[in-house]
Design a protein around this ligand. Structure first.
Ligand SMILES: [Zn+2]
Length: 201
């Protein structure tokens, strides 16, 4: 698509088109919408983006998004502190929370083991997970990792690492199609997969 020669507009279109799912055409439409909007809207949008980056970081315990040292879930005293649900990404925490079927804690790995993509176990938050199982009163670790070849490798690796500890290791019930991501599944499917989770022997 042809640039318009207005550098401020072209710059915004360039930035927006780097967002996931936003093609050049959509970026152009969004930029023009912002251009035509009230000045307050544009200012608030820009401030919201800066504020998000400046005032959030990863939870020291579980690597979920947090505004303080610990995230809202880790700080919530009504949660079941004996269970950890292990997920790939923060978006999976959001997907599971929406189902209201799980009330324990989380641990965000930050990806899956992938030799092809050069991701080894020590690049993920696996060591921190093992430390939590050692230090916290955990009796179950639920491996809610997206079903894929890499996901399977990660599930097997973590379950091997957790074997020496006398805890229950579970995984999501089968029925989630291979290659699908929790964030794109409906709440009922995720809820069922959590409620009928299977123990790994
Ligand atoms: Zn946390």
């Amino acid at each position: 698509m042809k640039e318009l020669g207005i550098s401020a507009l072209d710059h915004l279109i360039d930035q927006l088109s780097q967002l996931p799912g936003i093609g050049r055409k959509t970026a152009q439409r969004l930029a023009l919408f912002i251009l035509k909007s009230e000045p307050e809207f544009a200012t608030e949008l820009a401030e919201a983006i800066v504020n998000l980056k400046q005032n959030t970081h990863l939870c020291k315990r579980c690597f979920n998004i947090a505004e303080d040292d610990l995230c809202a879930i880790c700080k919530d005293t009504s949660r079941d502190i004996h269970k950890i649900c292990v997920v790939e990404d923060i978006v999976d925490v959001m997907a599971i929370e929406e189902t209201h079927t799980y009330h324990g804690l989380y641990h965000v790995l930050g990806g899956v083991i992938s030799p092809l993509a050069g991701v080894s176990p020590d690049q993920l938050h696996i060591k921190e997970l093992i430390r939590r199982v050692q230090d916290e009163p955990i009796d179950e670790v639920l491996l809610a990792i997206n079903p894929s070849t890499e996901g399977e490798t990660t599930i097997i690796y973590i379950s091997e690492q957790l074997k020496p500890f006398n805890i229950k290791i579970t995984r999501l019930a089968s029925g989630i199609p291979i290659g699908s991501h929790l964030e794109y599944l409906d709440m009922a499917t995720i809820g069922r997969a959590i409620q009928s989770r299977q123990e790994m022997k």
